[in-house]
Every structure is written in C-alpha cells, then in structure tokens.
Design a protein around this ligand. Sequence first.
Ligand code: PEP
Length: 246
Amino acid sequence: MNSKLVVGNWKMHGSRASNDPLLAAVAGARPFGCAVAVCVPFPYFADVAAAWRGSELLWGAQDCSAHEQGAFTGEVSAAMLSEFGCRFVIVGHSERRQFHQESDQLVADKAKAALAKGVTPIVCVGESLAQREAGETEHVVKRQLSAVIHTLAHCAGEMVVAYEPVWAIGTGRTASPEQAQAVHAVLRTQLRAATAHADRMKILYGGSVKADNAGSLFAQPDIDGGLIGGASLNAEQFIAICHAAG
Ligand code: PEP
C-alpha cells in the first residue's frame, strides 16, 4: 500500500437505506492500495462501524466541538467521537467557515480538541474565487494553516491538511493538477518550517474530484490523496477514485 489517503465527505447526505449498499460496495472493491475513509453524519457512526468492522477501511466525522464538555447544546465533543472509534474529523470545511462563521482560531481549537482525544483532524483550507482572482490565494491558505500550526505547536505534524479551493467545491470546476500542486507546495513549505514531519504529512486535494480527473491530481508530488464530496456518494465513482490513488 502506498501512503495516499482518500476520504469521502458525505456532508448532510445519506439514509440508512442508501448507506448500506454504498458501504458494502466500497468494502467489496478492496484492496485499494491506499488508505480509504468516509466522514459521515453523526447518526450513522454505528452503521459504518458495523459495516466496515474487521476491515482496514476507516471512518470519521465532519465536525466536532472545540470544548471538552458542558452546556453546549447540539455540539458533539471529540471524546464522544473517540468513544465510537472515529478515526478522523474534518474541521474548517469551507461550508462551516461560510455558513457557521467559523474563524481560523475556532478551527484551530477544534483541531487541538480532536488530537487531544486521539482523533486525527483533517484541516481544510482554501480560497474563494474572489480571493484567487485578487491574487490572494497563498496569503489566505497560509493564514488559515498558520492558526492551526501555532495552536497545535509540537503536535502540528499529526494533522492531515486538505486544500479545498472554495470555487471548486461542488461546482464541477476542478483546480488543474498544476494549480493544485502549486498551492500544495506552498503548504508543504509552511509545514516544513513548523515540523520535522512535514514530508510524511498528508496534504489532500478536494474540489470536484471525479474518477476521470483523480489520477492526474494524485500524480502531483505534493498531492497525497483526496477529500471527495459529491463523488463519494456514488459507489462507482468513489471506488474508481480510490483505485486511482492506489
Ligand atoms: C468537499 O465538500 O469536501 C468536496 C470536495 O466536495 P466536492 O467533491 O463535491 O467538490
């Protein structure tokens, strides 16, 4: 198995009836030659854990609280994720930054809370179309990552980073392999300045990855796999993407 990682982000999609065949199809298409995970809505934890028990397939959540416990109605703590066997948690997805006003520091605090409970945070960074057109891409992603690096301090090497240009998420408009690689290289350099583990850390690309563009994206030297939204809900697409990373 190589060191690539493919993570599906189901977002707020799924039903118990449709999840079962999807999870079974992915399990049945093994081996992949890379690590594979899906981040599912909280109520489906027990189902994905049961469906994939005994396999090397992994799963995770799409958010967690920055707080350990307390009067935070509607929140789910990292300890609760860990208790269920959750391996990953996405933090700072652009949809949460946009629709829930999550700041760079809140995202960093969530990443820290996750790591403290042994759950690997997948920290999303990415620029909007306006920011790219204004030439601010590098500044934006470095600012977003910097908050997490400083908050995690000596543990920074334990996170997974996902570069997700906002203009490519769910739009069908993918960054070209060269555009993505250029940003991944910036992030890798930033990580190198912060941790000795930067070269073995995973930097995933996300944004309209499909079966037909996955191979060229994953061939880039600093693209260590993908965070897959829409295509992770389609067994045939997701399986093909996982094979492209293998
Ligand atoms: C995502 O939501 O993380 C994502 C990358 O979505 P999509 O693949 O649908 O663009």
